[in-house]
Design a protein around this ligand. Structure first.
Ligand SMILES: Nc1ncnc2c1ncn2[C@@H]1O[C@H](COP(=O)(O)OP(=O)(O)OP(=O)(O)O)[C@@H](O)[C@H]1O
Ligand SMILES: [Mg+2]
Length: 340
């Protein structure tokens, strides 16, 4: 478990003070992929760099497993850091070293004997899918391949935690997806805890179990990814959800005006229920017509989520029974927008 208590970082520039992380509290469970999302300047990078003390905190406490990171001496911190891998937006590779030599570097620092290093590098190259590119230099690799080297290097000493600071922000969407798949694979195969910082909700949606939204150095909202997607509370969170879902409230008033017969209802799908063929089911079981007006369903790590706005046309009695059925027999939430 990672526990962050009262963590604060104040930067002093000339006579001005910048509070980058402000009395922040957070708990991250072992083995989860935890996302932190926020706009530029929110303090995300500072937060993640405080976790391995690349940045010294002004006050507060960070505990990773049994280690209280914030109270370790320099020597003991060096050992503790072997359990905390980190990857970066711009990869931070050594340009004069080959792929193999980059991955070998942290093993050399840890004093691993040559024979074992060679063996371990081979395993890592295989794990991240770079077989055949061992002798290439970073300048000869694509962005995605460079990040694979970064990931292999971060995993060299078998860390328990992997910190990712905008690890996919320099990559195109397709390469982003392949790197995210690799992170999920590593998380599942090695049971690694991953903390991932991003400004892209797509990244959170695709691989995170839980998410925290950061603004002005504080966590303003957090929860399971599905819950946060379904019921974002803070304006900043709503904006991030819109990145993926589009604005849900486009002209609902207009929509209702245009469809004046029957009832217009909004269906909220969360988790597995979205996979049930609800629309075809209700139109078969009840004597109604179902007209889909607007909607979007998206997949998250824990299932599908989204909303559909539909018009139900038929006898009032049949419509009421249909709504009753959805409420009682499914986990889909129904909200009546207009009752003609
Ligand atoms: N070394 C530093 N010295 C002074 N101020 C800093 C330093 N590092 C960060 N800051 C300030 O702290 C605040 C938070 O910065 P940080 O880099 O953590 O934000 P971020 O959320 O990672 O942003 P981005 O999405 O742009 O990477 C900003 O106001 C920034 O200017
Ligand atoms: Mg940053």
């Amino acid at each position: 478990m990672i526990s962050i208590k009262g963590l604060t970082k104040v930067f002093q520039i000339d006579k001005k003070q910048v509070v980058a992380v402000d009395d922040l509290n957070l708990t991250i469970k072992n083995g989860e992929i935890f996302g932190v999302i926020g706009y530029s300047g929110a303090g995300k990078s500072t937060l993640i760099r405080l976790l391995n003390r690349l940045e010294e905190p002004t006050s507060g406490k960070v505990t990773i497993g049994d280690n209280e990171i914030t109270s370790l001496s320099k020597n003991r911190l060096r050992n503790a850091r072997q359990n905390i891998g980190m990857i970066f937006q711009h990869f931070n590779l050594l340009w004069s070293r080959t792929v193999s030599e980059n991955i070998e570097f942290p093993l050399e620092i840890a004093g691993v004997p040559k024979e074992k290093r060679v063996q371990r590098v081979k395993e890592l190259i295989d794990l991240v899918g770079l077989t055949g590119r061992e002798k290439a230099y970073p300048s000869q690799l694509s962005g995605g391949q460079k990040q694979r080297v970064g990931i292999a290097r971060a995993l060299a000493n078998n860390p328990k935690v992997l910190l990712c600071d905008e690890a996919t922000s320099a990559l195109d969407p397709e390469t982003t997806d392949s790197i995210l798949d690799l992170l999920v694979d590593i998380n599942e195969r090695l049971g690694l805890t991953i903390i991932l910082i991003t400004h892209e909700m797509h990244v959170i949606r695709k691989i995170c179990n839980r998410v925290a939204v950061m603004e002005k150095g504080k966590i303003v909202e957090q929860g399971d990814v599905l819950d946060v997607f379904l019921k974002p509370k803070q304006p900043v969170t709503k904006k991030f959800v819109e990145q993926v879902m589009g604005s849900q409230e486009d002209d609902i008033g207009q929509l209702i005006e245009n469809y004046s017969t029957g009832e217009v209802v909004r269906l909220h799908f969360v988790g597995e229920s979205a996979n049930q063929a609800l629309i075809s089911k209700i139109s078969k079981e009840f004597d109604i017509e179902v007209n889909i007006l607007q909607g979007k369903i998206t997949q998250t790590k824990l299932g599908a989520y989204g909303t559909l706005i539909v018009q139900l046309i038929g006898e009032q009695d049949e419509i009421s029974q249909t709504i009753q059925y959805i409420k009682e027999k499914t986990s889909i939430e129904v909200e009546v927008l207009k009752n003609a």
